[in-house]
Write a protein that binds this ligand. Structure first.
Ligand SMILES: NC(=O)c1ccc[n+]([C@@H]2O[C@H](COP(=O)([O-])OP(=O)(O)OC[C@H]3O[C@@H](n4cnc5c(N)ncnc54)[C@H](OP(=O)(O)O)[C@@H]3O)[C@@H](O)[C@H]2O)c1
Length: 260
């Protein structure tokens, strides 16, 4: 099996670090032009240089807050004119605000939905018509395992993620007759900068390495996953190899989710 993406252009949101960066790098190594999208220009430029060192495809860095509808529109226009029509969209940018239901304010609910649900809706609106017209497209929504198995104190993030799963299915049904395939990947516990930030916020004496090892003990496979392991599945879905898979939500979690 060959997971090639030659001649494709992929937009990956939240791709200056973590899972988004690993996906963008894997796509570029597989032959795609990639648009890196995040808010901090310096981190974006470092990510761009890293990917350019391992790939000869076009790599663009786009400063864009995916909570901002105007920024999304102009970013998509710039990508299309600089890298080519957008064939692959990965809605990955996100955060993990969670707490007891009664502690979550309207502002936090709105912020989470704007970033994760409306961000994906608005980005998809930009790319869906072109994909349909060219009869080839891939959209991958990055969610978390809480989308299928919402735990207590998971608000608001798992509610946004569950909505993302419904959005995935709706779009898959509308895209399928046009060869536009839409899937979701559900993250369990993957080592990334988000995990490092969570550790730093704990103000504990335990080292980051021990924190990662302890978190990994909650996973049936006994360890957290790597961003590269996660990116492999995204690359498969985004390539021609994933040509008969749509409307599904796949756990990439080492067996962590209680739900298949
Ligand atoms: N790692 C895990 O175990 C885990 C578990 C469950 C779910 N997830 C989800 O998986 C996705 C990737 O997580 P990660 O661990 O790779 O996170 P990460 O290491 O924190 O990276 C997040 C990326 O998103 C960008 N970003 C954040 N807010 C943005 C915004 N409003 N607009 C544009 N870009 C934005 C960040 O750059 P800037 O800050 O410069 O914008 C960064 O490039 C997220 O949706 C996360 O919630 C991860």
């Amino acid at each position: 099996m060959d997971c090639r993406m030659d001649g494709r252009t992929a937009v990956v949101t939240g791709s200056s670090m973590g899972l988004g960066f690993a996906m963008a790098k894997e796509f570029a190594k597989s032959g795609a032009n990639v648009a890196l999208v995040a808010r901090r220009p310096d981190v974006l430029e470092a990510a761009k240089a890293d990917i350019e060192s391992v790939s000869s495809t076009k790599v663009g860095a786009y400063v864009c807050d995916v909570s901002d509808p105007g920024a999304i529109t102009s970013m998509c226009q710039s990508v299309a004119s600089e890298l080519g029509p957008i064939d692959v969209l990965v809605n990955n940018a996100g955060s993990s605000i969670r707490g007891e239901f009664l502690s979550i304010t309207d502002e936090q609910w709105r912020g989470d939905l704007e970033l994760k649900l409306f961000g994906a809706i608005r980005l998809t609106r930009q790319v869906f018509p072109g994909m349909i017209e060219r009869r080839w497209g891939r959209i991958i929504n990055i969610l978390n395992t809480g989308a299928k198995a919402p735990p207590p104190t998971g608000s608001p993030t798992v509610v946004s993620r569950a909505a993302g799963m419904a959005l995935t299915k709706v779009l898959a049904g509308e895209g399928a007759p046009h060869n536009v395939l839409v899937n979701a990947l559900l993250v369990g516990k993957i080592v990334s900068d988000q995990i490092a930030r969570r550790h730093a916020n704990l103000e504990t004496n335990i080292s980051l390495e021990d924190y990662i090892a302890e978190s990994g003990e909650q996973v049936p496979m006994g360890r957290m996953g790597t961003a590269e392991e996660f990116a492999n599945m995204a690359c498969f879905l985004a390539s021609d190899a994933g040509s008969y898979i749509t409307g599904t939500a796949i756990n990439v979690d080492g067996g962590f989710s209680p739900v298949v």
